[in-house]
Design a protein around this ligand. Structure first.
Ligand code: CP
Length: 305
């Protein structure tokens, strides 16, 4: 592959995904390896982040690389009107790889077309969040021992949830069954249903967060209703508390059942669920560091022994 950017999870084949998960396992065993010595990595976050930026930056530190970048675009010349193209061309002069989050869908693809170095999409609007998907797949693999033939119940904001959109595509290689739970206002866009149909992936859609949709699941993937995606805050107020997971709701789940959430959570998982051995979302976030070490090495053609 000439351009090793990761813009969409479709940039990785099934074989790529499985290979990168194996590399992440190596970093899980031994995170500190000086594989990025002499490299400069740029983290350009035009939109807020805690986990994605800090886990990327931790990954770079653990690999011995140097970091430049920003976590607030208001402190950069984009606030003076500099275009994304000019920003990317400038940073390409300084860094060996660019990790970018942007509020506009398609911004990462555009950046990959103008950049002289690989671009890693750390989330573009409501579109895609492929590195989150890779850590989700790694977390599913670690907890289930397989990615194949699983029932995944996905709950919350399926309309704007970029982690949901990428996860559906990422899991499509592994014969999944999906149960989608969302209010009508936040239901899964047609394009993702057509994607499932075209691949013969079975799915159900529900508006009720019933015991049945929880108890059938191997993985319950909770998501936040994202205030920042709504233009009409009245619409947000109507749906913001629609699904809340309580501890008593997971009593009859399967032994292998695990709860994932890309985080941040607001109130969609009650705090007492955190004590359950079936709550996996904090370990999931930790897995992000290992998978991001693997993704950076993949993009820079660095072999991991
Ligand atoms: N999951 C995720 O993208 O979290 P942050 O917004 O904190 O990076």
């Amino acid at each position: 592959m000439v351009n090793k950017s990761l813009v969409s999870i479709t940039d990785y084949s099934k074989e790529d995904i499985l290979r990168i998960l194996k590399i992440a396992e190596k970093f899980d065993e031994k995170p500190n390896r000086r594989l990025l010595e002499g490299k400069v990595c740029a983290t350009l976050f035009f939109e807020p982040s805690t986990r994605t930026r800090l886990s990327f930056e931790t990954a770079i530190n653990r690999l011995g690389g140097r970091i430049i970048g920003f976590s607030d675009a208001a402190t950069t010349s984009s606030s003076k009107g500099e275009t994304l193209k000019d920003t990317i061309l400038m940073v390409s002069n300084y860094a060996d790889i660019i990790i970018m989050r942007h509020h506009l869908e398609g911004a990462a693809r555009y950046a990959s077309e103008v950049a002289k170095v690989p671009i890693i999409n750390a989330g573009d609007g409501a579109n895609q969040h492929p590195t989150q998907t890779m850590l989700d797949l790694y977390s599913i693999y670690k907890t289930q021992g397989t990615l194949d033939n699983l029932t995944i119940t996905i709950v919350g904001d399926l309309k704007y949830g970029r982690t949901v959109h990428s996860l559906i595509i990422g899991m499509s290689h592994f014969n999944p069954r999906f149960i989608f739970v969302a209010p009508e206002e936040l239901s899964l866009p047609e394009t993702y249903k057509q994607f499932c149909d075209s691949r013969g992936i079975p799915y159900e859609e529900h508006t009720d967060f019933s015991p049945d949709v929880i108890n059938q699941a191997d993985i319950l993937y909770m998501t936040r209703v994202q205030r920042e995606r709504f233009t009409d805050l009245m619409e947000y107020e109507k749906v913001k508390n629609v699904y809340i997971l309580r501890k008593d709701m997971i009593e009859k789940t399967k032994n292998n059942f695990r709860i994932l959430h890309p985080l941040p959570r607001v109130n969609e998982i009650q705090q007492d669920v955190d004590d359950s051995p079936k709550a996996y979302y904090f370990e999931q976030a930790k897995n992000g560091m290992f998978i991001r070490e693997a993704i950076i090495c993949e993009a820079l053609n660095i072999k991991v022994d």
